[in-house]
Design a protein around this ligand. Structure first.
Ligand code: SAH
Length: 345
């Protein structure tokens, strides 16, 4: 029988299983604190728990823990990219970005991805498997331990489509923002999706205060379909209804992500169509000059072009920023570190 993944249990569930083992409730609270506050890497670190019970736990539970396979640090801005090995030998990528307002970690939600966005390195080899809630937490816990600092912001923008791993994502967010755990404010958690409409509606009903980022990348169905296969399943009009509902239910402003690709989605017509989508919506546009990957021929528009694109949107009274590119010197786009590792091994 598969062992219970202890770090994916919430406090109530943990108390139930610990009591079923004939232990007192406070043992569960101690375990929870070791896992989610003290960020223990194994039962052996839990020194105020008897050795006998620790041994029993080892037999009963799976205790996930990551090991860093490789760390790259940007000389430009201190951004660090981590390649972590999971229990089964698969690897995932996470990124630490240091800002004045605190440490932000970008995590992966799946091993690989099946969404097939044309410009993205993470999807080239398809989906291997979903990450468990514990494995998403572990990325943050491991980085926090390694740098000996608190993490204040989390973005689910690494490899994988979070809304394609829905239940685990929700469990993860609840554990991450639990006041008895790391207690990261939901307002400091962002989930980025390529736009799986039914799950945006589900998310709107969860009563979470997280930020939803929608990867738009094209302002018409035709343009979007060129870059993102998911756009064939859901039209932009359906997507807009879904994000409007998300805003109505949560009061959280939507972020639209727009990767600028030279000659593909950076024309004046694109400005016009994007303006039409963003006007009258409580939203914010994040422009990301596309990070070229060697498998495809997509290029960034020239810097002046990117700035001009932004200025035109601003003139149309759209809230827009150009995403600061962090760690450009260390294997650029999401998934490239993992991809290179797989190719070399
Ligand atoms: N699957 C989710 C989250 C992962 S990617 C999503 O699609 O939103 C996070 C963001 O980076 C998405 O907006 C994605 O489209 C974008 N992205 C992926 N590869 C990129 C690249 N090479 N250059 C620029 N943006 C990229």
């Amino acid at each position: 029988m598969e062992k219970t993944d202890i770090k994916s249990l919430n406090k109530t569930e943990l108390r139930q299983v610990i009591e079923a083992m004939g232990e007192k409730k406070f043992r569960a609270d101690q375990l929870y604190d070791w896992m989610h506050v003290k960020l223990a890497r194994s039962f052996d670190e839990m020194t105020n728990i008897s050795k006998a019970f620790r041994e029993q736990c080892k037999e009963t539970f799976l205790y996930t823990s990551l090991s860093a396979v490789c760390v790259q640090e940007s000389k430009l801005d201190g951004t660090k990219k981590y390649l972590f090995a999971l229990e089964d030998g698969n690897v995932v990528e996470s990124v630490l970005m240091r800002y004045k307002h605190g440490n932000s970690v970008c995590i992966s939600s799946q091993v690989g991805c099946r969404m097939g966005c044309r410009f993205c390195a993470s999807t080239l080899d398809g989906l291997t498997r979903n990450l468990k809630p514990s494995e998403m937490l572990d990325q943050i816990y491991a980085i926090s331990r390694l740098i000996g600092e608190r993490i204040s912001n989390v973005v689910v923008m690494g490899t994988g489509e979070p809304l394609d791993n829905y239940e685990n994502l929700i469990t993860f967010i609840k554990l991450l923002s639990d006041e008895n755990g790391l207690n990261i404010s939901q307002r400091n958690i962002t989930v980025s999706t390529c736009g799986i409409v039914p799950n945006i509606y589900r998310l709107a009903e969860e009563k979470l205060q997280i930020t939803l980022a929608l990867s738009l990348h094209g302002a018409t169905d035709a343009k979007r379909q060129e870059l993102m296969p998911i756009a064939k399943a859901y039209q932009i009009s359906e997507l807009m209804e879904a994000v409007d509902t998300y805003f109505e239910k949560t009061g959280r402003r939507i972020t639209f992500e727009y990767s600028l690709v030279a000659g593909v989605n950076d024309t004046d017509e694109d400005v016009m169509n994007l303006t039409a989508l963003a006007s009258g919506r409580n939203c914010h546009i994040n422009l990301i000059p596309v990070n070229p990957i060697k498998e495809r021929d997509y290029r960034q528009p020239k810097q002046e072009y990117v700035t001009a694109f932004k200025n035109k949107l601003e003139k149309n009274r759209i809230n827009v920023t150009i995403r600061r590119e962090m760690g450009r010197d260390i294997d650029g786009a999401c998934g490239q570190l993992r991809k290179r590792h797989l190719e070399e091994s």
